[in-house]
Design a protein around this ligand. Structure first.
Ligand SMILES: Nc1ncnc2c1ncn2[C@@H]1O[C@H](COP(=O)(O)OP(=O)(O)OP(=O)(O)O)[C@@H](O)[C@H]1O
Ligand SMILES: [Mg+2]
Length: 371
């Protein structure tokens, strides 16, 4: 077994499943029921919160044919067409020849499809068309999941990951009209990491996707679940961690999946047999160091008022921020504070829950506290 093959109990970066997947039992169950019922689903949460992992983990437990498209890297309509076409083709799970045959059968346009094979022999599909055919090809490609479902008489699930990026492509209206009449055979799952844009797309009456989905909220993973998960992870490899040390991890990560895994992983690597409390602190320090550039970049993208408002939020612990004393301490008027807070909400830096403002990214908060 090569070094890179050595298994570790904790993992961060990319999606996780199996031994690396903690809890989300309730969400998984709800998702399965909704998918089976044929609902379209909206799910948004901050970056690195476990959206993609949850959905892939769930879909593995269903028998539905799944098409997965990540919008993140897609910059224009033509690229969307090709990426989507390729995603559909790959998901059909049959030989390249049969895929091409199927498309020839169902597509109205005369498709010019080329197939490439990578070194592992897995095919990638490309639809060749000229730019003046773009519109019609888009329409056809959007219909493909439905045509497939109809042809095989089985439900198809389409996952659009990082869907907020669709606003840069300007194809929302077309997508919406298609999604609408696929209802009986294709379920769409819209994932996004920009709450403000996703809410705008789905909850604003004037926007194409208004009320077309069921929103499933996802929360952080509960402390008790993490406790068991982290303890197990260490014990499997004959290492020990006390409840107190786990508490210290969770106090900083606030149950945020990526950071919880990252701290646990760092600790696991530096522990020979038992985790000592100071090791937790140095794991956290090293994590902050690693993320410093990212946090500084986020900080530099804020206005002066927004920066000041974040300091105020830390000072007031997110509560009763409009009291005279608090505002005076930071030289805010209520209207200037309100404007700054709105800006921070729109930028997804903070959020509001039960009347309390909190940082979407718990490590960014800690970074600023120590700033
Ligand atoms: N259920 C889970 N159990 C344990 N760890 C998890 C879980 N879900 C997510 N994670 C951790 O969070 C990280 C990010 O997960 P994932 O990529 O699914 O999140 P995401 O919300 O899709 O992120 P992004 O916005 O970057 O696409 C994983 O690498 C893993 O460390
Ligand atoms: Mg993701």
């Amino acid at each position: 077994m090569g070094y890179s093959m050595i298994k570790r109990p904790f993992h961060y970066g990319g999606t996780v499943d199996n031994v690396h997947f903690c809890n989300r039992v309730k969400e998984t169950k709800e998702l399965i029921t909704d998918i089976d019922t044929g609902l379209n689903i909206l799910l948004y949460a901050p970056r690195r919160f476990g959206k993609t992992s949850l959905v892939l983990h769930t879909l593995k437990q269903t028998k539905h044919q799944t098409i997965f498209l990540d919008f993140m890297s897609i910059v224009d309509t033509d690229e969307f067409i090709n990426e989507y076409f390729n995603a559909i083709s790959k998901s059909l799970n049959t030989t390249a020849d049969k895929v091409v045959d199927f498309f020839k059968k169902v597509l109205g346009i005369r498709p010019n499809i080329s197939v490439d094979f990578d070194t592992n022999g897995s095919p990638s599909f490309k639809l060749n068309f000229s730019s003046n055919e773009s519109k019609i090809v888009l329409k056809e490609v959007l219909e493909l999941p439905y045509l497939y479902a109809k042809h095989h008489n089985e439900r198809v699930v389409v996952v659009f990951d990082e869907f907020q990026e669709v606003v840069n492509l300007g194809i929302e209206d077309k997508l919406r009209s298609v999604v609408q009449h696929h209802e009986d055979l294709v379920s769409y799952i819209f994932l996004g990491s920009k709450k403000s844009i996703m809410q705008n797309l789905f909850f604003d009456k004037s926007k194409p996707f208004y009320k077309s989905v069921k929103h499933i909220p996802i929360d952080k993973i509960e402390d008790d679940e993490w406790r068991e998960y982290i303890k197990n992870g260490f014990e499997t490899y004959h290492k020990n961690i006390s409840d107190e040390c786990i508490g210290d991890i969770l106090c900083v990560s606030k149950g945020f999946p990526y950071y919880t895994q990252q701290i646990a992983n760092e600790l696991f690597n530096t522990t020979i047999d038992t985790v000592e409390p100071e090791m937790v602190q140095s794991a956290i320090d090293s994590l902050l160091e690693k993320e410093e550039d990212l946090f500084l970049n986020e900080w530099n993208h804020l206005s002066q008022y927004q920066k000041k408002a974040l300091k105020l939020l830390i000072y007031a612990k997110g509560e009763n921020i409009y009291t005279k004393e608090t505002m005076a301490t930071f030289n805010f008027t209520s209207s200037s504070l309100k404007k700054a807070v709105e800006g921070l909400l729109n930028k997804d830096v903070i959020d509001l829950k039960s009347g309390k403002y909190y940082f979407q990214d718990p490590l960014f908060e800690l970074f600023l506290e120590r700033f």
